[in-house]
Design a protein around this ligand. Structure first.
Ligand code: GP9
Ligand code: MN
Length: 627
């Protein structure tokens, strides 16, 4: 009996720590992540799910001697709190949870600088209050020296696991296939909790590593067959229209289609981009398809016509893969290929990945003169960036294929007063408010660039592709966004439509310019561009297709499995009628599910299995025998 009494006495400090971590996690769910619940069971799961991991984490303290136990519990609480807090900071920026691959993107963290400062709030200290309380109790009462129960640590772990099993059973009842269909992190955190999610993510990541080892050339044959059957013939009138021209590709930071041909309090947001529509083939139903890898995902999609990862960034996780990307394709056509972007070369692991994609040269921050006067926010201002790039462009052998990545229109949308050509918006969201002047500034920078290219005589011999890299305004700003768009609320339907980004094909001298309604995405840029340059893509491995092809379906798949067709939008398990914007029976969307799954799964299969290494079987045989 005394043994049991002792046991509970010994549990006091532990229970207090578990209680704190449990409640704190729940509060972060509600206040930090704003996780909604649609029914009492969901809310109960949300409240209940931190308990098993709190016991598991704090329970590790029982593996320490009685003397050290309290200190161990405080350290464990601190570690758990930091995991929560990092997730919270990450969530404030990306509306998403940290995954293991993004942790390996730490080289980005240093560069995040101004963004991180904007994400930390003074009131966040509440997250650490319990640690102070535990510390106080630790000092107040001497360490217990009561004899521990036999197998005490294992007992605690068993309790944690049992509670987790109850949790998982309830969660599976609420969400069948919760763990088998893993592309929605929100659901996983909501149902089994943030800490268990991290364990699950760790398991998934180890699986993906294993996939390369297990893959072989027969997997490639299957994927190849699928890709070949989806090939779309080019448009006769446009094939080769820009043959031999220089290609200037411009990735426009964080711009969304909703600013195009729109004004903010009577002030035009993008006058230059609006006027460029008349001189371009402009795609008004063009979607970004990025996920956590943001700009790097868009670069990946554009270069390979394949999907990026659903978590983390391919640039980090698979920079060593074999690719068949646009830069190497064009290299074979005699092009000089490069990227101009005034940031550290290691940001997004670009220096590594660009080599795999076949770029000849990366003009990073070291190629630019960057100082306090010409910088703002993330670095060199766009106008200065473009102006300084002119000489670099001129230094390249022709024809060249050069990608420009703008920077000023990046969260937190800082801008010097002298560069504000329109006012800020006036809403509760500081982010949305300051977005408009920086978009307007980027628009101005593009105009300056075009003018300079004309002055230098570069313009006429070039073709231009301009596209938005990903959204700038996350769902965290839905209320202010609804106010700007004069809507009552932002529905999931609206959220999908807000993922549209501008896309221009601008060919100087071309006289058949028009606005295309074709639904497409970043994955389609590669075949579209190669066909304009007269490069045959029949033997390439693309998941997108030429936006100008008369055979093409007006359709796009987003990375999270959402899709958009002429008639429907499918997202978050809901099928919408495009016309009425109303929810309709899922039946209407079902015929498309197979294609969506095949596209995403086969693309992942190539990536995780590094399958393009099998694309030239003879070459491989040769290198083997040479060895
Ligand atoms: C950094 C720039 C921004 O070099 O491309 O990256 P993002 O944060 O948008 O992914
Ligand atoms: Mn970006």
């Amino acid at each position: 009996m005394t043994k049991v009494k002792n046991f509970f006495y010994r549990l006091q400090f532990f229970s207090l720590a578990v209680f704190f971590l449990w409640i704190k996690t729940y509060l972060v769910y509600k206040i930090g992540f704003n996780i909604p619940s649609e029914n009492p069971l969901q809310e109960f799961l949300l409240f209940f799910n931190p308990l098993s991991s709190a016991i598991l984490i704090i329970g590790i303290g029982f593996f320490f001697s009685s003397k050290r136990r309290k200190s161990a519990i405080i350290v464990l609480t601190t570690i758990a709190t930091l995991i929560l807090y990092f997730n919270l900071l990450y969530y404030r920026f990306f509306t998403d949870y940290i995954t293991i691959p993004v942790l390996f993107q730490t080289s980005n963290m240093g560069d995040l600088g101004s963004s991180i400062r904007g994400l930390i709030h003074w009131y966040d200290f509440w997250l650490f209050i319990d640690i102070a309380i535990l510390y106080y109790f630790k000092r107040k009462r001497a360490a217990f020296n009561l004899k521990p129960l036999k197998r005490e640590p294992l007992l605690i772990m068993a309790v944690a696991v049992s509670i987790f099993v109850v949790n998982l059973t309830l969660a599976q009842a609420e969400r069948p296939q919760l763990l088998t269909r893993s592309f929605d992190r929100d659901l996983i955190v909501k149902n089994i909790g943030i800490f268990n999610y991290h364990i699950y993510d760790g398991y998934l990541q180890s699986q993906t590593r294993a996939q390369r080892v297990l893959a072989d050339s027969s997997d490639f044959v299957e994927v190849e067959h699928y890709i070949k059957s989806n090939y779309k013939e080019p448009n006769d009138e446009l094939f080769g229209i820009a043959e031999g021209k220089n290609v200037i590709l411009i990735s426009m930071e964080s711009i969304q289609t909703f600013v195009i041909n729109n004004d903010m309090n009577g002030q035009e947001i993008t006058p230059f981009l609006n006027s460029l529509i008349d001189e371009s083939i402009y795609f008004e139903n063009f979607y970004h398809q990025t996920a956590q890898g943001k700009t790097s995902d868009s670069e990946y999609l554009v270069a390979n016509s394949m999907f990026g990862r659903d978590s983390g960034s391919v640039f980090f996780t698979h920079a060593g893969n074999e690719y068949d990307a646009t830069p190497s394709n064009l290299g074979e056509e005699g092009y000089f290929t490069s990227v101009m972007h005034p940031n550290n070369k290691s940001f997004w692991n670009r220096d590594m990945m660009y080599q795999s994609l076949g770029y000849d040269r990366y003009f990073d921050i070291n190629s630019y003169d960057v100082n306090d006067e010409n910088s703002v926010g993330w670095g060199l201002k766009d106008v200065d960036f473009f102006e300084q790039s002119i000489d670099l462009l001129k230094s390249q052998p022709e024809p060249y294929y050069t990608k420009f990545i703008t920077l000023t229109n990046h969260y937190p949308f800082d801008l010097d007063e002298e560069d504000k050509f329109i006012d800020e918006y006036d809403s509760r969201s500081r982010t949305l408010n300051s977005f408009f002047p920086t978009v307007r500034y980027m628009d101005h920078a593009l105009e300056v660039f075009f003018d300079r290219l004309k002055e230098e005589g570069i313009y006429e011999d070039s073709i231009f592709i301009l596209y938005g890299d990903h959204y700038g305004i996350s769902e965290n700003h839905n209320r202010s966004m609804a106010m700007f768009l004069e809507k009552e609320e932002i529905t999931p339907f609206d959220t999908i439509q807000l993922q549209r980004v501008p896309m221009y094909i601008h060919i100087p001298g071309y006289d058949q310019n028009h606005v295309s309604e074709m639904i497409g995405g970043q994955i389609d840029i590669k075949p579209t561009l190669l066909h304009l340059l007269g490069v045959d893509t029949k033997d390439m491995y693309h998941f997108g297709s030429d936006l100008n092809s008369p055979e093409r379906d007006s359709f796009v798949v987003l990375r999270d499995g959402s899709f958009i067709s002429d008639d429907y939008i499918y997202t978050r398990g809901i099928c919408y009628d495009k016309q009425t914007e109303e929810e309709i029976d899922a039946e209407s969307c079902e015929p498309y599910f197979e294609r969506v799954n095949l596209d995403l799964n086969y693309s992942d299969k190539i990536l995780f299995g590094d399958l393009l290494r099998y694309k030239n079987p003879e070459e491989e045989w040769k290198t083997e025998s040479e060895k």
